[in-house]
Design a protein around this ligand. Structure first.
Ligand SMILES: [Zn+2]
Ligand SMILES: [Zn+2]
Length: 269
């Protein structure tokens, strides 16, 4: 059984109002033994979306979670992480940010492409689905070249969620050249990827990344794989983890990964 959710948001993220206690209680109810809170930090987020600021007071965040960690110590192993929004020019900024505090785990995710966030519809009008997906994967590769301070690459292929026809324009085969480059680069650098169950929550019939990509990652020698719900609400903690377990086994994994002090730990599925 997978008993560690390594991608969870709380009210420290601009797009979540989740109370950390409610989140941790939900994790215990769902049988989790370990969780890692990974709130958003997106530096230099485009100004045109100025209603949100994906940043937090690091000191308050880490100290607050340390207190909660002690409070739950007998019931749940709480780890402290962060999800950084990568952009190729932010390598040195994030180096400083994530090394300022003793984080257990850093997810590197691509939320901004050029100066756009595909979450917003203005971006969709400019490109076909296929062009959007290609741009997102190209940007992912550029980020891997420029940013070193993260442990796993977050939600590869979540761009498909925002496509007009979603998976109709997407398959591993269609983007295999660029996806293989991304996966090989991740593996060669000693990092990993995550299985993010939010694709199912958003109504896609696959998790992120698609099982074909997970299988390919394994084939190429990828071993580090964390599992995360990307919950922004307490009830979504450990969302569809049973299904995640089945997918991992089908893709050839016998272990999944958790992080402590930025070091991977491997647990039997
Ligand atoms: Zn994300
Ligand atoms: Zn997230």
């Amino acid at each position: 059984m997978i008993s560690g959710d390594f991608h969870i948001h709380t009210a420290f993220s601009a797009d979540s109002e989740a109370d950390v206690h409610a989140v941790l209680n939900s994790a215990i109810e769902k049988g989790m033994k370990t969780v890692c809170i990974t709130d958003h930090w997106d530096a230099d987020y485009p100004e045109k979306y100025e209603e949100v600021l994906f940043q937090f007071d690091s000191e308050a965040y880490v100290r607050g979670l340390e207190t909660v960690k002690k409070e739950y110590a007998k019931k749940l192993d709480v780890r402290i992480g962060i999800e950084i929004g990568m952009q190729p020019h932010l390598g040195s900024f994030y180096k400083e940010l994530v090394n300022q505090y003793p984080y257990d785990f850093v997810i590197g995710s691509v939320h901004v492409i050029g100066k756009d966030d595909p979450y917003y519809k203005d971006w969709w009008d400019k490109y076909t689905d296929r062009q959007m997906y290609q741009k997102a994967f190209d940007e992912t590769l550029s980020n891997l070249d420029q940013i070193e301070d993260f442990d796993v690459l977050g939600h590869i292929d979540y761009i498909v969620r925002y496509g007009r026809r979603q998976e109709e324009a997407y398959s591993y085969e269609r983007f295999c050249d660029i996806l293989d480059e991304v996966l090989k680069k991740v593996i060669a650098s000693g990092r990993g990827i995550e299985l993010n169950t939010s694709g199912w929550k958003y109504g896609l019939d696959f998790c992120h990344p698609h099982p074909d990509v997970l299988r390919r990652y394994r084939e190429l020698g990828g071993e580090i794989i964390t599992v995360g719900s990307d919950a922004h609400k307490p009830e979504h903690v450990a969302y569809d983890f049973k299904r995640a377990e089945e997918v991992l086994k089908l893709c050839g994994f016998t272990y999944y990964t958790q992080f402590r002090n930025r070091k991977p730990e491997f647990l039997k599925i």
